[in-house]
Design a binder for this molecule. Structure first.
Ligand code: ADE
Length: 258
């Protein structure tokens, strides 16, 4: 196992090529290691030692690469940059959510035809403390806020929004994670009501679970590619590239500040 030294790398994860591709120019690659069929690319990102990996989609892929980054590369922090579906009607496509809280919305017990969520690994039975989620430490949140202070994202044209042009905003909020792409208005509403969450994606809280296990911090930045409703499969295709670029722009700033 690699030790976690002062010069230990940042572990930077995305799920799909459209998300990781935006780090290409800022990343100087020095070496590539293939582990479990995945390419772990070591080098420098904004002057910081970093290992980049495209994990593939879903919680298990995220947990595999997070574990390898901690165990084989001694990563000192795990970062995830990518896109998400919006849950909060106050947010629009292109807006970015920096996760203050990450929750696995699909771990728990089916009770009365509803999933009652528990902290991953907890026995999902009544009587167990049902407070759950992974929370950004206050000092790290302050560091992220400072790193993002004054940063503005590229504006969205009227053609892109289908309405008025808008300036994407940066929010700190709750992101929920599960192994399903949400393409359903009823589910979007349920997740919003149940968790007061801003966004849904398929990896972040799994990265946070591994980060907690290895006692390293975790930062998840997600830009909205869609609004998780009946049109989300269409919007995802139209906006994944630009949304992922926004998340990566902010993540490059964050990586330089950590
Ligand atoms: N990632 C991007 N959009 C998503 C959605 N609608 N559901 C889950 N993950 C997503």
């Amino acid at each position: 196992m690699a030790s976690r030294r002062g010069d230990a790398p940042i572990g930077l994860i995305s799920a799909i090529p459209q998300e990781i591709s935006h780090f290409g120019e800022a990343f100087q690659e020095a070496d590539v290691a293939e582990i479990g069929g995945l390419a772990f690319r070591s080098g420098a990102l904004g002057g910081r030692a970093a290992v980049l990996v495209e994990a593939g989609i879903g919680k298990v892929n995220a947990a595999i690469v997070s574990t390898v980054l901690c165990r084989e590369f001694g990563a000192r922090v795990l970062l995830f940059s990518g896109v998400a579906g919006g849950l909060d009607p106050a947010l629009g496509i292109g807006d970015v959510v920096v996760a203050r809280t990450l929750i696995q919305h699909d771990y728990g017990a089916m009770v009365g035809e509803r999933l009652r969520t528990y902290q991953p690994g907890a026995v999902p039975l009544p009587g167990v403390d049902d407070s759950h989620g992974y929370h950004l430490d206050a000092a790290l949140e302050q560091k992220l806020r400072s790193a993002l202070d004054g940063v503005s994202l590229p504006g969205l044209s009227a053609a892109a929004t289908g309405g008025a042009p808008r300036q994407p905003a940066i929010h700190f909020g709750t992101v929920v994670t599960g192994d399903a792409f949400v393409n359903c208005e009823a589910t979007r509403l349920r997740l919003f009501e149940q968790f007061s969450a801003q966004a849904v994606e398929m990896e972040g809280a799994a990265v946070a679970q591994v980060a907690e296990r290895f006692a390293v911090p975790c930062v998840v930045v997600r830009a909205l590619s869609d609004l998780a409703g009946a049109e989300s499969h269409m919007d995802f295709g139209s906006f994944v590239h630009d949304a992922a670029a926004g998340a990566a722009q902010l993540m490059r700033r964050i990586a330089a500040a950590l």
